[in-house]
Structures are given as structure tokens and as C-alpha cells.
Design a protein around this ligand. Structure first.
Ligand code: SF4
Ligand code: FES
Length: 361
């Protein structure tokens, strides 16, 4: 039986970004502009994605607006029949740029915010005036009639503002709000001790989301990406390794998830050399943790083995030093108690200065 098609393609067009968020999940070793794929190759990748059955294209980074050829890439995706979602900081999203992108088929815009209070939000973004620029851009998106999602990454510095974040998303005209607790990869992992809220803060936040969902049903959709660290079972990272999503890095490597390059001893095919179809069907990296064959106990035979697919491989490596072990955030993992104790201790420590994301470490 042939393999089901992936659902989404996450195209990291560039690692360049005007912001310096310490919670970024990009790798510490960022790709420089000289290594980025050219317009023609991205265009080919878009067609190959559509041929493979992919429906959704997420244009991400870094900041995709930094690419001067973004409209050409969106056009190629549109011609191929992909639904296009621009994931952006909104820095550089002028009315002219937005009109241009809409004219070539852009379907949806997702704007990230760092908080609701300008000084604190701009501090986390490491960019003066960021929040105001985002508010203006959100208005352009709504005025253009494009669908808008607000993405709020939740951490120690803004978790108490969650109610105001929900109000902001409504006021700005979003149809959807993504309340996404930090996922600890790349720069976020390096800043974990400064970003991790306490369990109590998380529990209050979870109740606020549930209340708001009930009150705002039919008005604002709220997605809630919960912090694995405070759960009892992991989520199916990327919907399972090599099952739903392909990530393409700025230099063309095809990954099963955005942090896979952090795993030692793995090599990844490049779209400059191979077609997406070939990579999806037979690249060893995509097969390594696909399905349940690779699983150790307690995942092997577990009733959730085909629900969460053993959790996150990159998290298993980061927390237990072994990508092929059960994700330690699972309470059934032999590493769980040690990891939970370390996290609780970290959340209780005084916040250190952020290490802001930037190219060159
Ligand atoms: Fe998921 Fe493995 Fe935990 Fe079972 S043991 S819930 S499959 S991570
Ligand atoms: Fe790599 Fe979860 S981020 S498997």
C-alpha cells in the first residue's frame, strides 16, 4: 500500500529576521542568506508539493517578508494549487506589500505577538515599536479581506496577560487565536530557565482558555498548544514523525520536523538533489521514526502508540540524550520523574537575562 500524502509543507524561506525572540525554535546555528534556496528551486518545490498531494503551504522563517521574491514564491504556490499561509512578525508588512501578495494568491496571514504591553512586548521581540507595527499590519490584513490568525507564544513574561491577549485578538479582527506555550527547541531551549512559567500559572492560563472558548464560540476560534512539560502524556509532535508534514530549511534540507537537525548522527536529503516525492517515500531520515516499529518500551504495545507516536523525538534527545527513547514528558517514561523535578526547579529560579536570537550565535 502506498504511503499517505503529507498534509502540509512548512517552507522556512530564510532564517533572517528583524526580531530576536528568545523563544524561537530555530536552531542556534542559523543559515546565512548566501546559503538560501533561489526562487526557481522554491517554485519547483511548490509544484512537487502539490503533485505529492500537499494542500497547505506555511511560509515561515525567520521572517519570510525579508525575501524580495516572496510574491514570486506565493505565485508559484498559487499556480500549483496550494493554500498559502504567511507566518510573519509583520515587520515589513506594508499595505503595498500585502496588496501585492494578495494579488498573487496569498490566502491567510498569521501574525505573531509577544505581549500586550508595548514596552514588555518590544523587549521580548528585541525590536522597538514592534507591537504598534503589528497592530497596523493586522488592520491592513483585515481591510484586504484576508483571513487573520494571531499567534501568541506564551511564556513566563506574558502568561498573566492571557486575558488581555484574547481581547487583543478580538479587537484586531482575528478569526483565530493560537495560544502556543513555548516549545523548547533551538533558542527556546537555550532560554528555557527564563521562559518557563510555573505549573500554577499554566493551570490558571488553561482555565482562561477554556472559559474564553465557551464565551467566544462562533466569534473567535482559540487553538491551545499546551506545554508538554506540564502534561502527563505527550502530544503527537508534527502529527507523528514522517506522517503529515515536511519542513524545508532555508538551504533546502527536508526535515520531518523543525528541530530534527538538532539530532546527532542524522543526515537529511536536500531538495536541490532529490524530489519531494522521493524524499517522502524513501529518505532514511523520514523512515527512521515513522510508525511504531522503532519504538522501545513502554511505547511498544502502549494504547497510545498510534495516538501520540511516542511524543517528540527532539524532546527525547534534549531531555534524555536519546532520540529513540520514550519522550520523557510522558509519565510512563522512566526518565519522567527526574525531568519533572528539574523543570519545577527551573520554573522557580530567578529569571536570567535572555539570550536573544541572532545569526552567528
Ligand atoms: Fe505515548 Fe509512549 Fe507514553 Fe504510551 S508510553 S503514552 S505511546 S509516549
Ligand atoms: Fe522534532 Fe518533535 S520537534 S520530533
Amino acid at each position: 500500500m502506498s504511503l499517505p500524502s503529507p498534509i502540509g509543507l512548512l517552507a522556512e524561506l530564510t532564517h533572517r529576521c528583524p526580531l530576536g525572540c528568545p523563544y524561537c525554535s530555530n536552531p542556534i546555528e542559523l543559515v546565512r542568506s548566501s546559503g538560501e534556496l533561489d526562487t526557481k528551486t522554491w517554485g519547483r518545490v511548490m509544484q512537487e508539493a502539490a503533485d505529492l498531494g500537499i494542500m497547505h503551504l506555511h511560509l515561515s522563517g525567520g521572517e519570510p517578508l525579508i525575501r524580495n521574491d516572496l510574491a514570486e514564491i506565493v505565485n508559484a504556490a498559487n499556480v500549483a494549487g496550494l493554500y498559502t499561509n504567511l507566518i510573519t512578525s509583520a515587520i515589513g508588512l506594508t499595505p503595498q506589500r500585502l496588496t501585492e501578495l494578495k494579488s498573487v494568491g496569498l490566502d491567510h496571514v498569521q501574525i505573531s505577538i509577544q505581549g500586550v504591553e508595548p514596552l514588555r512586548a518590544d523587549t521580548v521581540a528585541h525590536f522597538k515599536g514592534a507591537l504598534k507595527t503589528k497592530r497596523d499590519a493586522a488592520k491592513h490584513v483585515v481591510d484586504e479581506g484576508l483571513a487573520l490568525t494571531i499567534n501568541a507564544v506564551i511564556h513566563r513574561d506574558n502568561i498573566r496577560d492571557l486575558q488581555q491577549i484574547i481581547t487583543l485578538a478580538r479587537d484586531w479582527g482575528a478569526g483565530r487565536l493560537e495560544v502556543a506555550h513555548v516549545q523548547y527547541h533551538g533558542w527556546a531551549l537555550a532560554n528555557r530557565a527564563s521562559l518557563m512559567p510555573s505549573r500554577e500559572e499554566f493551570e490558571v492560563a488553561a482555565r482562561i482558555v477554556e472559559d474564553a472558548r465557551a464565551k467566544l464560540a462562533g466569534d473567535l476560534v482559540i487553538d491551545h498548544v499546551i506545554p508538554d512539560y506540564y502534561g502527563e502524556r505527550p502530544k503527537a509532535c508534527m502529527g507523528g514523525w514522517g506522517r503529515q508534514v515536511i519542513v524545508i530549511t532555508p538551504d533546502g534540507r527536508a526535515l520531518p520536523c523543525h528541530a530534527a537537525a538538532s539530532l546527532p548522527g542524522m543526515t537529511f536529503a536536500n531538495v536541490k538533489d532529490k524530489s519531494l516525492n522521493e524524499i517522502w517515500e524513501s529518505d532514511p531520515a523520514f523512515q527512521k521514526f515513522r510508525g511504531t516499529e522503532w519504538m522501545p518500551k513502554p511505547c511498544k504495545g502502549c494504547e497510545r502508540a498510534e495516538v501520540d507516536w511516542g511524543g517528540c523525538r527532539c524532546q527525547a534527545f534534549a531531555l534524555a540524550g536519546d532520540a529513540a527513547t520514550t519522550d520523557p514528558v510522558c509519565a510512563l517514561s522512566p526518565n519522567h520523574a527526574k525531568v519533572a523535578a528539574a523543570i519545577a526547579k527551573e520554573a522557580a529560579t530567578e529569571k536570567a537575562a535572555y539570550r536573544f536570537r541572532r545569526i552567528g550565535g
